[in-house]
Design a protein. Structure first.
Length: 81
Protein backbone atom coordinates (compact mmCIF):
# COMPACT_ATOMS: atom_id res chain seq x y z
CA UNK A 1 0.00 0.00 0.00
CA UNK A 2 1.47 3.33 -1.10
CA UNK A 3 -0.20 5.40 1.61
CA UNK A 4 1.28 5.76 5.07
CA UNK A 5 -1.86 5.27 7.15
CA UNK A 6 -0.09 6.23 10.39
CA UNK A 7 0.89 9.64 9.01
CA UNK A 8 -2.65 10.26 7.71
CA UNK A 9 -4.06 9.24 11.12
CA UNK A 10 -1.69 11.67 12.87
CA UNK A 11 -2.68 14.44 10.45
CA UNK A 12 -6.39 14.11 11.29
CA UNK A 13 -6.32 12.77 14.87
CA UNK A 14 -7.03 16.10 16.62
CA UNK A 15 -9.90 16.84 14.26
CA UNK A 16 -11.44 13.39 14.78
CA UNK A 17 -11.09 13.62 18.57
CA UNK A 18 -13.07 16.88 18.49
CA UNK A 19 -16.22 15.08 17.29
CA UNK A 20 -18.87 14.40 19.94
CA UNK A 21 -18.84 10.82 21.27
CA UNK A 22 -15.30 10.02 19.99
CA UNK A 23 -13.05 8.29 22.54
CA UNK A 24 -10.00 7.43 20.43
CA UNK A 25 -8.34 7.10 17.03
CA UNK A 26 -6.04 4.30 15.83
CA UNK A 27 -4.80 2.41 12.80
CA UNK A 28 -6.51 -0.95 12.70
CA UNK A 29 -8.69 -3.34 10.73
CA UNK A 30 -12.13 -2.58 9.33
CA UNK A 31 -14.97 -4.38 11.07
CA UNK A 32 -17.97 -5.65 9.08
CA UNK A 33 -20.92 -7.42 10.64
CA UNK A 34 -18.95 -8.11 13.82
CA UNK A 35 -15.95 -9.65 12.02
CA UNK A 36 -12.60 -8.02 11.29
CA UNK A 37 -11.51 -7.88 7.64
CA UNK A 38 -7.93 -7.65 6.38
CA UNK A 39 -8.49 -4.02 5.28
CA UNK A 40 -6.25 -1.59 7.18
CA UNK A 41 -7.94 1.70 7.92
CA UNK A 42 -8.22 4.54 10.40
CA UNK A 43 -10.43 3.36 13.26
CA UNK A 44 -12.44 5.97 15.14
CA UNK A 45 -13.71 4.67 18.47
CA UNK A 46 -16.98 6.08 19.79
CA UNK A 47 -18.77 5.60 23.12
CA UNK A 48 -21.93 4.50 21.30
CA UNK A 49 -22.63 4.11 17.59
CA UNK A 50 -25.45 6.33 16.39
CA UNK A 51 -27.46 5.96 13.18
CA UNK A 52 -26.07 8.62 10.81
CA UNK A 53 -29.67 9.70 10.06
CA UNK A 54 -29.84 11.00 13.65
CA UNK A 55 -26.71 13.15 13.38
CA UNK A 56 -26.23 16.68 12.08
CA UNK A 57 -24.13 16.89 8.90
CA UNK A 58 -21.26 18.49 10.87
CA UNK A 59 -21.19 15.58 13.33
CA UNK A 60 -20.74 12.86 10.68
CA UNK A 61 -17.29 11.28 10.74
CA UNK A 62 -15.79 11.15 7.22
CA UNK A 63 -15.85 7.75 5.48
CA UNK A 64 -12.40 8.42 4.00
CA UNK A 65 -9.40 10.69 4.67
CA UNK A 66 -6.74 11.26 2.01
CA UNK A 67 -7.79 8.04 0.26
CA UNK A 68 -7.73 5.89 3.41
CA UNK A 69 -10.96 4.34 4.69
CA UNK A 70 -12.33 5.31 8.10
CA UNK A 71 -14.22 2.78 10.23
CA UNK A 72 -16.29 3.82 13.24
CA UNK A 73 -16.25 1.19 16.01
CA UNK A 74 -18.07 1.26 19.34
CA UNK A 75 -15.73 1.11 22.34
CA UNK A 76 -17.96 2.13 25.20
CA UNK A 77 -16.73 4.66 27.70
CA UNK A 78 -13.26 4.55 29.25
CA UNK A 79 -12.78 5.15 32.99
CA UNK A 80 -9.51 5.69 34.86
CA UNK A 81 -9.03 3.70 38.07
Amino acid sequence: MGRDISKIKEKYESMLLSYPNVTGVAVGLREREGEYTDERCIVVYVKKKVDPAHLKAGDLIPKELDGVGVDVQESGEFHAR
